[in-house]
Design a protein around this ligand. Structure first.
Ligand SMILES: Cc1cc2nc3c(=O)[nH]c(=O)nc-3n(C[C@H](O)[C@H](O)[C@H](O)COP(=O)(O)OP(=O)(O)OC[C@H]3O[C@@H](n4cnc5c(N)ncnc54)[C@H](O)[C@@H]3O)c2cc1C
Length: 404
């Protein structure tokens, strides 16, 4: 009986939310009496469960999957408990969800990979609906491998894996499990940024569901202003359901990552300064630097199969505790897989991140050093997470060419 009603509602109302089926009229009458955000969200969840299933998925707090899905966000601060989580499987379902959101005026948040650490960006509490795009995870490579269509719900490592062996790759996250959607909408700093620039520079076309539920594309010729705005302008222009990316010719590369004792941090910061000058002349070099009170991790990446390139000479003689990743020849995918292996299921924590176009010698490096020590002590003293003995903050330095 329930299935028959659901089927009837679906057939009558899926394409026209203004349908006058008694189920919806009653629902609207009831919720108008107590009209607050939770009610709006509840109404949206009920409507979605009728209008999306069995294709799309709606998960409520009583469902087994609910807890796991609320804890996907990278930062524990963002483990909120939405009224329900909707997981569209197609652009058409995203359109339908937006129509439901409009009709119910429910609050909502959009999540691709959930790596953004700002609470409330890709997470929402009981007063709203979380639109989780993780099932939009297609990767379609063109015959000549020059372009690839990808869904926002992919993790970067999965995209690199699909392209592995083609002699080409895409520019995406350096950390393997960062999501596609948020990174590309925020600009995106890839491993090979000195050579190629931002990840968003390589988006040829966006497919976007606007807030009224219509779907449009944006590229260099059609909706150019939106195409321009989406390249780093953030997430408030619509829900991107597909990115068409240009690939770049990177295949065999070299990489290594080392862990250093804290006593080496000042020497390492001096090496960072020297490296920035050297890297001006060698755009194949890429570098990651993560400093904490316990250790410093440095990764050396070179976009050609050349071991120990001279551009990193200033680091090689600094004593290190052990390798984080062994020196290797590989591909962008094997690099991501190596990081995935050592990072594992990393606990969520807060981070301090800085982009330094140029590290000035005395003042800045000492300031950075002091900043890390004092701020991690501050966090340790003042937050529950650190009082309970979690890992302290890390400080990450992005050293890259000023032009980028
Ligand atoms: C451990 C770690 C490593 C990182 N490494 C890198 C790196 O190497 N390079 C780099 O550039 N950045 C990096 N970042 C930053 C990361 O790119 C951003 O936090 C990015 O927002 C995460 O993408 P996501 O898909 O996981 O985003 P989410 O957290 O899912 O979303 C981020 C924001 O974008 C919105 N959004 C997501 N998808 C869509 C969509 N399809 N349409 C409309 N809006 C959408 C969300 O609503 C939210 O506001 C890293 C972050 C962490 C925590």
């Amino acid at each position: 009986m329930a299935a028959a009603i659901a089927d009837l509602v679906h057939r009558n109302c899926a394409e026209d939310l203004a349908c006058r089926h008694p189920f919806f009229s009653d629902l609207e009458k009831q919720t108008k009496l107590v009209s607050n955000n939770v009610q709006h969200a509840s109404r949206a969840c009920v409507m979605a469960s009728f209008l999306l299933e069995p294709d799309g998925i709606v998960v409520g707090s009583m469902d087994l999957e609910y807890e796991r899905l609320t804890q996907i966000n990278w930062s524990k601060d963002c483990w909120l408990e939405p009224r329900c989580i909707v997981q569209p499987k197609s652009t058409a379902q995203v359109q339908r969800i937006m129509k439901i959101i409009n009709r119910t005026t429910a609050r909502f948040a959009i999540r691709s990979g959930g790596h953004n650490p700002n609470c409330g960006w890709a997470s929402i509490g009981n007063e709203g609906v979380l639109i989780d795009l993780s099932l939009l995870s297609h990767v379609e490579i063109s015959e000549d491998s020059l372009t690839v269509n990808i869904g926002p719900g992919n993790r970067w490592i999965d995209v690199y894996k699909k392209l592995d062996g083609s002699g080409r790759t895409v520019l995406g996250g350096r950390t393997p499990d960062v999501g596609v959607g948020g990174l590309l909408l925020g600009g995106g700093i890839p491993s090979f940024s000195s050579q190629f620039g931002f990840a968003c520079d390589y988006v040829r076309r966006y497919e976007v569901v606007l807030s009224n539920g219509t779907v449009i594309t944006a590229d260099r010729k059609v909706n150019q202003d939106l195409w321009w705005a989406l390249k780093g302008g953030g997430s408030n222009f619509g829900i991107v359901t597909q990115f068409e990316l240009e690939t770049v010719p990177i295949d065999r590369i070299w990489y290594e990552s080392r862990i250093y004792e804290p006593r080496e941090s000042l020497r390492l910061l001096e090496a960072v300064r020297e490296y920035q000058v050297a890297a001006e002349a060698d755009e194949k070099a890429s570098f990651a630097f993560s400093l904490s009170n316990n250790h410093t991790i440095v990764a050396f990446i070179y976009s050609a199969p050349e071991a120990y390139p001279a551009v990193f000479n200033m680091f090689y003689d600094i004593p290190f505790r052990q390798n984080f990743i062994e020196p290797s020849f590989g591909t962008p995918y094997s690099l991501a897989a190596a990081f995935e292996q050592v990072l594992g299921d990393r606990p969520s924590f807060k981070e301090l991140r800085e982009v330094a176009p140029i590290v000035r010698r005395d003042a800045l490096q000492i300031q950075l050093h002091d900043y890390v020590w004092h701020s991690t002590r501050y966090f340790k003293r003042n937050t529950e997470k650190y009082r309970s003995g979690r890992e302290p903050d890390e400080f990450e330095l992005e050293a890259r060419k000023p032009a980028v």
